[in-house]
Ligand binder design. Structure first.
Ligand SMILES: C[S@@+](CC[C@H](N)C(=O)[O-])C[C@H]1O[C@@H](n2cnc3c(N)ncnc32)[C@H](O)[C@@H]1O
Length: 379
């Protein structure tokens, strides 16, 4: 019988990490970091990254251990509380027990949904939905897949190179990569590296991008030189990938500072992307704001207050705004990095639309972040 309460626990103990996690200095730093993360719950990951950079007392080895503890507690907090942690210090102690291989067998199970919510450390309604959609066995596999830090993935910039040449260039800088099957631009990093410090990055040969986003961009049938409006372009992850596929991209977003970053990235990538007010186009992409529920493995703190409700109205408005800009015979591409149904059920208003493709990617099935897209053809 699948034990949903314990399905996200590490498969193997890590006694070395457990011992290191009990050192008073490490505990002190982990508690400080956790406090920092909770100070800015909605931006915990970048805030923590800044805190680590500023915290000069921590050497690189200790930083890694402290990071493991903080992110581990964020992933498993509900379980650690359920097995008896009563204070932040006890959270760290129970986490170290967990790393030692303690499976907390004396803690009794409850209902399947409650156990699963505890295991994932997400709100009950989110756990219930995933359990219903996936069934018990797959739900357990999903929980495992999002309980570890995933490898970094990059996209070879086809405007400047190809994947094999890029892999060799990175190897020359002592960075090993593996090609991602079925995604001709994607490489997965072996281990960790300061990618942004490489010559290959400075020359615009690649961008950091999960294979899920690359698969989405590859799924859009673009003719060479065709105009694509990216209505929620942000800092340009999708715009850059689409431009590298031969699109002439017009990018729009309500955040000017994100568009500024896009311009810098486009310059480095030698990608022709225009920042424009939205005009009708044959292809319109709506990469909508969402809960980010597909990114829990990469950004553990997204668990805090996770809900599919916040962006529903904006998503509805944006899909219609995007649809109104698609030229007759054209295509609307709607995407989110969420795997919660309500965020992915929107459809453009009017009866001139035919859904021609729909895809949901799951971390445990596809070895990517969770991601959703739908393509709609306008009559
Ligand atoms: C998921 S992010 C986009 C990420 C981006 N496409 C990328 O690949 O890097 C969603 C974006 O929608 C933008 N947004 C929110 N409301 C918007 C609106 N009404 N019009 C245009 N953009 C909007 C946000 O500023 C945010 O950058």
């Amino acid at each position: 019988m699948t034990d949903l309460l314990r399905c996200a626990l590490p498969k193997e103990p890590n006694p070395q990490l457990a011992t290191a996690s009990r050192k008073p200095w490490i505990v002190e730093q982990a508690l400080l970091g956790l406090k920092e993360a909770r100070r800015m719950p909605s931006h915990a990951t970048p805030h923590l990254a800044r805190w680590f950079r500023k915290n000069r007392k921590l050497g690189s080895r200790d930083r890694k251990i402290v990071g493991e503890i903080i992110h581990g507690i964020i992933r498993h907090e509900a379980l650690l509380l359920r097995v008896g942690a009563r204070s932040p210090t006890e959270l760290v102690e129970r986490w170290a027990d967990m790393m030692d291989g303690d499976r907390f067998e004396s803690t009794a199970s409850s209902s399947a949904a409650e156990d699963y919510a505890t295991a994932l450390n997400v709100p009950g309604d989110v756990a219930r939905e995933w359990l219903n959609v996936l069934g018990v066995e797959e739900a357990a596999a999903y929980a495992q897949a999002i309980s570890h830090r995933p490898p970094m993935q990059i996209r070879a910039n086809l405007l400047r190179t190809d994947r094999e040449t890029l892999a060799s260039a990175l190897l020359a800088e002592n960075i090993e990569t593996v090609a991602v099957e079925g995604v001709d631009t994607a490489l997965t990093l072996k281990g960790r590296a300061n990618l942004l410090g490489t010559n290959a990055f400075k020359k615009g040969l690649f961008e950091v991008q999960d294979a899920s986003s690359q698969r989405f961009c590859n799924a859009i049938p673009i003719k060479p030189g065709q105009r694509v409006l990216d209505l929620c372009a942000g800092a340009g992850g999708k715009s850059l990938a689409l431009a590298a596929r031969g699109a002439r991209v017009s990018a729009y977003d309500i955040r000017d500072n994100a568009l500024q970053e896009l311009v810098e990235r486009a310059t480095r990538a030698k990608a022709a992307i225009a920042i424009d007010t939205p005009e009708p186009a044959p292809i319109v992409v709506v990469d909508a704001p969402c809960s980010g529920s597909g990114r829990l493995r990469r950004n553990p703190a997204l668990r805090w207050g996770l809900t599919d409700a916040t962006h529903l109205e904006a998503q509805r408005e944006l899909i219609d705004a995007g649809a109104s800009l698609v030229q007759p015979g054209g295509l609307l591409a709607y995407a989110t990095c969420s795997i919660l149904m309500r965020e992915n059920q929107h459809a453009p208003s009017g009866n001139e639309w035919t859904r021609i493709e729909e895809q949901t990617l799951w971390p445990h099935r596809d070895e990517t972040d969770g991601f959703f897209w739908a393509l709609w053809r306008r009559d």
